[in-house]
Design a protein around this ligand. Structure first.
Ligand code: ATP
Ligand code: MG
Length: 505
């Protein structure tokens, strides 16, 4: 660690005049950033503001069109992430792309073997990795293959990898978007430890609570430009939001009261990998929330219902009739749609246009008229992408070119437009900025009003408490309690009491 730097010691990293264009999109316009040693600097901005692009420019995944950077007082540039890592800068990406067949140990030391001859020896590599994993209380042996891990665990491996590469600046691009409260607390502890060792952290998140909890200062971006920086002590949430969006966003959870109708969807005694004995029903117009820790079985249950994973036993009823679902295609044909936790798994074709992505699901309701009518399809796609503020020059562009949060909006638009009877949303607003988040919540309300039955999994307690008519709480693969809207509204139930149930009390 470079502790003996005398000049210009306050900032570990500085850049200015950075610009970057992708074709016709000017993703960054003459931006700057100053990062102090040992600070946690939040990067805030709407979806598509340029946050990830700037970070990728720092670690050499993109070459900026102009601008200069310094790291530890010296001119800095990176041709590749390995370059950046060797210099002391690591990044944990928003979109995790692990090599599924590698072991944890291999992932941790990927591209680093050459730096350390000893790690060409598998046994030494495994032992070293195991020691690092043990320091982090990671629950799997170093020889486990990556594909066995959940998204949350893969993310933790990335963090462990960065930390163990002796980085002096670590960029975390939405690191908590798939962590539950316990894992988030663990990460925050790791961040505090890193700070104590004078490591600087650039922290990107759309979750305001987190930014106020863990960050020392904040830099705000809007539309590819640098708006300004503040110390967290001297700034309020509304101020930050208006810096970000240039307007005020009032009600973050605009829950509309909708009369609850007949039972639309019902499951009885569902058992599968990671959950057992799950029974519940959802009514027309109802938003049924599911809370629980990551790995508690919520996503596993929904994946099995939707036909992505095998259901071992149990019954599923749609509008009173028992149905069988053996594949997502069958679920969709029955009128059940799901926005998946991992949007690439069953959500988005990155190399198709935004329009194609939105209009892909062939629900029976759409087959009748809509698909025949391409002009109307195009019009609707445009409407929804505008409504959800998908930031793109044209809906004919590939989904690949969108920022992370904008990809998520496309997945939501796609399923909402398909007008299913039952809509399952697994972490629907993950990575989505405050403005679009309230649009998505408003749309959920609107569709509930029209009689859709909505199931929502969310690890953000304020979201699940704000939006749900009822909440079912998971603990270790089983249901461990139910909370009603009334109980939340009258204050009989709060975040703490829901958390307690998530922990099995
Ligand atoms: N590879 C690419 N090709 C074309 N355009 C791109 C590419 N990567 C990013 N962009 C565009 O650059 C702009 C900035 O995107 P970026 O991913 O940096 O946003 P972000 O601030 O990280 O947003 P989010 O909060 O949604 O992750 C967006 O308009 C995006 O569509
Ligand atoms: Mg991003």
């Amino acid at each position: 660690m470079a502790k003996n730097n005398t000049q210009n010691d306050e900032y570990v990293f500085e850049c200015s005049g950075i610009s970057k264009a992708f074709g016709g999109t000017q993703a960054l316009k003459d931006v700057q950033l100053h990062v102090k040693r040992g600070e946690v600097l939040a990067l805030l901005g709407e979806n598509g503001a340029g946050k990830s692009t700037l970070m990728k420019a720092i670690i050499g995944l993109h070459q900026p069109d102009s601008g200069t950077m310094t790291f530890e007082g010296k001119p800095y540039s990176a041709r590749s992430p390995v370059d950046a890592m060797n210099a002391g800068i690591s990044m944990i990406h928003q979109e995790l792309n692990p090599e599924p067949h590698l072991t944890i140990a291999e992932s941790i030391f990927l591209k680093r073997e050459s730096m350390n001859g000893i790690f060409l020896n598998k046994k030494a590599q495994n032992e070293r990795a195991q020691k690092i994993l043990d320091d982090f209380n990671f629950p799997y042996p170093a020889t486990t293959v990556m594909k066995k891990l959940t998204i949350a665990q893969m993310q933790m491996v990335e963090i462990i990898k960065a930390v163990s590469s002796n980085a002096r600046m670590i960029i975390m691009d939405e690191p908590t978007s798939s962590l539950d409260s316990e894992e988030t607390n663990h990460l925050f502890q790791v961040i505090r430890d890193l700070k104590a060792q004078n490591v600087a952290i650039i922290y990107i998140s759309h979750r305001m609570e987190e930014i106020f909890e863990i960050c020392d200062s904040v830099a705000v971006f809007r539309d590819g430009t640098y708006v300004g920086s503040r110390s967290m002590e001297n700034v309020t949430r509304p101020e930050l939001i208006s810096m970000m969006v240039g307007r005020e966003v009032s009600n973050v959870f605009p829950k509309i009261t909708v009369p609850i109708g007949e039972t639309v969807f019902k499951v009885e005694g569902l058992c599968g990998k990671g959950f057992s004995d799950i029974s519940f029903e959802v009514h027309a117009g109802e938003i049924l929330g599911f809370s629980g820790l990551v790995g508690s079985g919520r996503s596993e249950t929904m994946r099995a219902i939707f036909g992505l994973d095998r259901l071992e036993s149990g019954k599923i009823y749609l509008e009173g009739k028992e149905i069988r679902i053996r594949s997502p295609r069958e679920a969709i044909n029955q009128g059940i749609a799901m926005v998946n936790e991992d949007r690439k798994d069953y959500g988005l074709c990155l190399f198709r246009s935004i329009r194609e992505n939105i209009s892909l699901p062939n629900l029976p309701s759409r087959q009748k008229g809509l698909l025949l009518n391409q002009r109307r399809e195009k019009k609707e796609c445009n409407e929804y992408s505008k409504l959800l503020t998908v930031k793109t020059p044209s809906i004919e562009n590939n989904a690949f070119s969108l920022s992370g949060g904008n990809q998520q909006k496309v997945v939501i638009a796609k399923w909402i437009m398909a007008n299913p009877k039952v809509l399952i949303l697994d972490e629907p607003t993950r990575g989505v900025d405050v403005g679009a988040k309230s649009e998505i919540h408003a749309l959920m309300g609107k569709f509930a009003q029209e009689g859709m039955a909505i199931i929502m999994i969310s690890s953000e307690l304020p979201e699940v408490m704000g939006m749900s008519d009822r909440i079912l709480i998971y603990h270790e693969g089983k249901l461990n309690g139910e909370v009603t809207r009334e109980e939340i509204d009258c204050g009989a139930v709060n975040q703490e009491s829901i958390l307690a149930k998530e922990f099995g009390e």
